[in-house]
Design a protein around this ligand. Structure first.
Ligand SMILES: [Zn+2]
Length: 223
């Protein structure tokens, strides 16, 4: 029997490449985008919807307005500045920790995985696909390999069909993820990898810097 999956799709680099990979490994039943009031929500939803349409997949947006109320993170709170980091600071652990705290959302990935697992169980899917990466796992513990392993231990108890979380990109850095995406013909024009939700990606925030640095390193120009 074919393995079925639910893909958490934010419309950014990691999740777009993960979706392309998931399509080779499984039948993707649903792409889920979470709107928790983040500044880039509209852009992310647009990017995810475009990616889902490109691959002819179902797409659903889950709204979690309470997260916006209980968090003071700069990702949500427009009164706060999202730390901009120079290229040289991207690999500095201290700067990384500082900016990670500024964009932290309480239990975000823990919650998202469990929401996706609800859909996965209901739709008879064995897999939840998330797009974690090695670079950010250094500062965000909820991107790490250990987190995925522990989440799977819990899901074996909380889902009837033992849904498992997989992240095809979690051992890769951003350049490797772009290279993988290149091999899988990911439609780069749809991706939104900026913390802000302006007309264009800002190229200044940490997320943009990591994305554009990786694109450049892989020899790709950005749309
Ligand atoms: Zn940006």
């Amino acid at each position: 029997m074919e393995t079925k999956s639910v893909v958490l799709l934010s419309g950014g680099l990691d999740s777009a490449v993960s979706l392309a990979y998931a399509l080779q490994e499984s039948r993707v039943e649903l792409c889920l985008t979470i709107d928790y009031g983040q500044r880039a929500a509209a852009r992310e939803i647009g990017a995810a919807a475009a990616l889902a349409a490109y691959y002819n997949l179902s797409h659903r947006v889950i709204e979690l307005p309470f997260l916006k109320e209980i968090t003071s993170t700069a990702l949500v709170n427009r009164g706060k500045t999202i730390p901009a980091r120079g290229k040289e600071a991207l690999d500095d652990p201290e700067a990384a920790f500082e900016s990670a705290s500024a964009v932290w959302v309480p239990n975000r990935n823990g919650l998202f995985i469990n929401i996706a697992a609800c859909f996965a169980e209901a739709l008879g899917c064995a897999l939840v696909v998330t797009g974690f990466n090695k670079e950010e796992a250094q500062t965000f513990p909820d991107n790490s390999v250990s987190f995925v392993e522990r989440a799977n231990e819990a899901l074996a108890y909380s889902t009837k069909n033992c849904v498992r979380v997989v992240s095809y990109t979690q051992r890769l850095d951003k350049v490797d993820i772009v290279r993988l995406g290149k091999r899988l013909n990911v439609p780069w024009q749809f991706i939104w990898s900026c913390y802000y939700g302006e007309e264009k990606m800002c190229r200044e925030c940490e997320s943009c810097r990591r994305f554009f640095r990786a694109m450049e390193a892989a020899g790709l120009t950005c749309p």
